[in-house]
Write a protein that binds this ligand. Structure first.
Ligand SMILES: Nc1ncnc2c1ncn2[C@@H]1O[C@H](COP(=O)(O)OP(=O)(O)O)[C@@H](O)[C@H]1O
Ligand SMILES: [Mg+2]
Length: 354
């Protein structure tokens, strides 16, 4: 005979209604997150549906649920987390992208700050959390994403029917580089670049993509402008290095997005500090913290700092992003935190819009 107290569904639901989603600031019951509940012999099995599989605060929710159920005499709580990513509602004049729920633009005003590296690692990190992820290489005149994903240049040059995503490291990747042998210069001008970006969005058969990351070329270029004007971009991530000059540039990117009504999720400081591979010692080479201060001045969020680690570059060159090759490295952990924050930001925006 069981000695566990009899606890009803209503008792448990009432207790769960006191648990708040830490980001959405509403309780998990009224948010409709509790999908299934089974109580047996003082143990509770619970299906919780999150707004993103990359939820950074899963553990907090789990702890809180256990805490509120304990006084009811429940000695065991098993939570099965699921996720349903909702789609960005396209603003006026924006054309939704078929098969894509949310678009995230990765931008900066300067080349070489690590935009493509950030885009690649955010994409792989979100995919590793269980999201369905696409990545567009919108750096039409200097596509680097094929190399970073180990996809040979020109793989689809002979193919009929246009560009199609290639799946690598769990990400659906598309790049103009799939059509061109390595090193072929693209000498297109503004309007053509704009239309190429449009085609990467609308003419590629995307399917069931939760997050589509766009690696933009540096600057407030044609590609960035047409994207921000026409596509329902959920928000942008600005990449900067700590040096002041690059910060000034990053500010230009921020104001471009603000003018075009694209939310800025925040700023990432890349190459923030150096970790010596032999000793693990941390060195501030460019004077760490510059981007955080600038983000503060601009009134945007600071999403995190990524160290300079030789393995990051090696990952880029060898076609295996560091979050995949060294998931326990400092950089991979930083990328993962940033990815979770971006996903959470999208969930919050949607909750506000609905
Ligand atoms: N955190 C980092 N640590 C080490 N190398 C990095 C880091 N971020 C970027 N790199 C390297 O710097 C170079 C430029 O990065 P990339 O992502 O191509 O910049 P962008 O897209 O802004 O031009 C690449 O060789 C890349 O591997
Ligand atoms: Mg790049």
């Amino acid at each position: 005979m069981s000695t566990a107290p009899v606890v009803s569904n209503d008792d448990v639901m009432a207790a769960l209604a006191t648990v708040k989603d830490p980001e959405l600031h509403r309780d998990i019951v009224s948010l409709g997150m509790v999908k299934d509940l089974r109580i047996e012999d003082g143990a509770v099995d619970l299906d919780l549906e999150l707004t993103t599989p990359a939820c950074p605060l899963k553990d907090v929710i789990e702890e809180d649920v256990k805490k509120v159920l304990q006084p009811l005499g429940i000695h065991e709580v098993r939570i099965d987390f699921g996720a349903k990513v909702r789609a960005t509602t396209p603003g006026e004049g924006k054309q939704p992208v078929a098969g894509v729920s949310n678009i995230i633009a990765v931008a900066s005003n300067k080349g070489g700050v690590g935009k493509s590296t950030v885009a690649a690692n955010l994409a792989v990190s979100l995919a590793r959390s269980g999201a369905s992820v696409g990545l567009i290489d919108a750096d039409i005149t200097g596509p680097n994403i094929p190399t970073m994903f180990g996809i040979p240049a020109g793989v689809q040059a002979q193919q009929q029917g246009g560009l199609r995503p290639v799946e690598r490291h769990g990400v659906q990747v598309v790049s103009i580089g799939f059509l061109l042998p390595r090193g072929t210069p693209v000498v297109w001008r503004g309007p053509m670049i704009g239309s190429a970006v449009r085609q990467l969005l609308h003419d590629v058969p995307w399917e069931g993509i939760d997050y589509l990351i766009i690696d933009l070329p540096p600057g407030t270029s044609d590609a960035s402008m047409s994207l921000a004007q026409e596509a329902p971009v959920a928000g942008s991530v600005i990449v900067s290095t700590p040096q002041a000059v690059s910060l000034e540039d990053a500010m230009k990117a921020v104001s471009m997005f603000e003018k075009l009504d694209v939310p800025v999720f925040g700023m990432v400081e890349n190459m923030s500090y150096f970790i010596a591979p032999d000793t693990g010692t941390k060195y501030d080479i460019f004077g760490s913290g510059g981007a955080e201060q600038a983000a503060d001045e601009l009134g945007i969020d600071f999403l995190g700092a990524i160290p300079i680690e030789p393995a990051v570059r090696e990952g880029g060159d060898s076609g295996v992003p560091i979050v995949e090759s060294h998931p326990d490295s400092e950089s991979a952990k930083a990328f993962h935190t940033i990815a979770g924050q971006v996903a959470a930001r999208i969930s919050v925006l949607q909750r506000m819009g609905s």
